[in-house]
Structure formats: C-alpha cells, structure tokens
Design a protein around this ligand. Sequence first.
Ligand SMILES: Cc1ncc(COP(=O)(O)O)c(C=O)c1O
Length: 393
Amino acid sequence: MTISKKIENIIAGASFIRKMFEEGARLKAEYGAENVYDFSIGNPNVPPPEKFNEILRETVGTCGLSDHCYMPNTGYAMVCGSVAEYLAKEQQAPVTEKDVIMTCGASGALNVALKAVLDPGDEVLTPVPCFVEYKYYADNHGGVLTTVATKPDFELDPQAISAAITEKTKVLLINSPNNPTGRIYSEESLKTVGEILAQKGREFNRTIYLLSDEPYRKIVYDGVQVPSIFKAYKNSIIGTSYSKDISIPGERIGFLAVNPAAAYREDLIGAMTVANRILGYVNAPALMQRVVACMQGMSVDISEYARKRDILCDGLAGFGYEFIKPPGTFYLFPRSPIPDDVEFVDALKVERILVVPGTGFNGPGYFRIAFCVDDHTIKNAMPGFKRAIEKFK
Ligand SMILES: Cc1ncc(COP(=O)(O)O)c(C=O)c1O
C-alpha cells in the first residue's frame, strides 16, 4: 500500500453514514429512487431564502478583478464586522470584527480552532452522542477525543464532565442544537459547566476552552432560544457555518468567533489566523463571504422542517416508537426497539428505509433519522417503520 496506515484504517472503518450512503445507492439502482426512503444524510432540502439568490446575483454583477484576489487570512474586514455586529446582539457580548475569522464551513472552523490550541496528546472532551467526525478532527491536530455521557434526556451532565476532565484536557467540544439528538443544552447547565471549566483550569493551571459547534442554532422550533455561549464561560469559541440555516453546505462558508473576554484573546486569534492559512484553507471563499455579510440573522423557512418533524413524530409515536421530540435540528433520535441498534437498522433496511445506527454517534441503543427530506418520503416510509417495529413486539 502507498497510502498512510492511518488513512487506510479510516477507510477500513468507514462510518455508518458512508456505508448507508453506499447501500442507498445500491438499493436505488435496484428498486428506483422513489421506492427507497433515505433518511441517512443531513443534507438540507429546504431551499435557501430568495434573498440569497438576489444577493448572489447582485454580488456577482458588481465584482471586479480585485474581488477575486487573496485577502487577509481572517477574511474581509467588512464581512467580519457584519458577523460581529450580529453576534454582539445574539451573544450579548461586545464582539468586534477583530474577534471573527471567516472559515470554510463549520468543519473548517473546528479544525482551525483545534490546530490553534492542541499540543500532541491533549484531550478534546465531548459529550456523547456526538457528530461522527470529531474524533478525526481531534486526531488531525495531534489531539485525542475523549467522551463523556450525557443525562438520559441527552442534557449535559456537569458532574460527569467534571469527573472526565484530566490534566490533559484542553477543549470541551459541545454541539447544541445537537446532531444527532436535537437537544439544546440549557442556560443553567452551560453556566454550571462554565464554572467547572474555570475551576478545573485553575486546578490544572491551564486554560480549558469551550468550543461550541453550532451550525443548527437557527433550526429550532416552538420559539425556543439557544442560550449564549459567551455568557456561560469566558474562554469560549464559537465555530459555525451557514450550511444548514441557509441551506448552502456546498458553498463552504462559516466562521469562528472568540469571546472578547477570553484570556490570551489576541494570541488565540493570531494562532487561528495562521492555522487557517497553513491548513491550506488560506481564506474562506471570497464571493460567499460577501453574500453572507448581507444575510445576517436570516434562515430558511423553518416552518418547513417543523412540518416534517410533526409528520414524522406523529407517525412514529402511533407505532410505539419512543423518542424526545427534538427542539432543534432536523434529526430525530428514537430509541431502538431492541438493544442492538445495528440489527434494528438492518430490519429497517429490509423495508428500504435508510437511517444511521446510534452506535455511529457513540449513542448505542438509538438510531438517527435525518428528516430533511420530501414530505412524501416521510409519509411513504410509514408502513415500513410500522412493519419493522412490529417484528420485535
Ligand atoms: C454537528 C455538526 N458540526 C459540523 C458540521 C459540518 O458543517 P459544515 O458543512 O458547515 O462544515 C456538521 C454537518 O453535518 C454537523 O452536523
């Protein structure tokens, strides 16, 4: 083999999502796409706001040569300023353009932040279930992902977090609203966790960062609010994107924002700026930066996802599935009717329903349904969901 052992192992242990994607392609070729109910991937299916197309056309129409050139690694000052102005209100903190770095999506943001703060062997602690890519992101920069359980309702468990922090912990990486559970962490638990991080930081004489991955912040239902992370803990960093809230994941645009109250704030921004460059991102896409600068606070029509959530939840509850109705994201994370979630996911596959076992997210005993699909896919899958659970009654 000529490729690295590490990548060889990653390919060999291909994620459940990837396997499901490949299985889906096979089933679609055999039975026709309309007869396969694919809930495996979180690819938004509500169109971007019309404003996005308008701004995009206008921006393209007014671009000159210099608008396609290299720029500061942090992004255009005007764009960082526009993000900061919005964030200052959202986070209730005096965020300025100097606290913001534009990135290639949330993935780019997380990798830049981890590159900036990790030394070899440092631990990145994350509550589970969690996004599948975190272990690779930590490993990319010499870190080690360690996990900590959440409460039975998937809320943060501050005591468990306190017990899991070691002298090697450098980052607590959280994601709220959460993929795969849809849970939004409460203001109270974030505040308690903030106090724990401050106390553990003093105990181990090091700064422990709270890195908040929040691409689903605007995909929330029933008027719920996602609490401010900057108010909860001073050494906090937000990494996020416009991928999900305005349905443009392929455009690779997001940002990092450092809490203006953070210790070593300027060092941190400087390190992240260099990391953005040397990881090869150099800067976030120029055109998209200019577009999102004019779209602060906007989102797709969330009522579309709310309707899909209701169709799905009402149907599944009627068949006896158990779950917490997600207050945010476009994921539902029901309990598997049998302890082995992989076996149950296989039973759904027989019905040509593709979902991801919770095991893939460090959440065994559950499975994830991404309901960012057409309404008729949800409705047509219902008889299969019913037959699958009945097999195990
Ligand atoms: C929790 C979480 N973080 C990060 C990402 C990556 O987002 P982006 O496409 O903006 O890089 C995703 C994408 O699904 C996600 O679910």
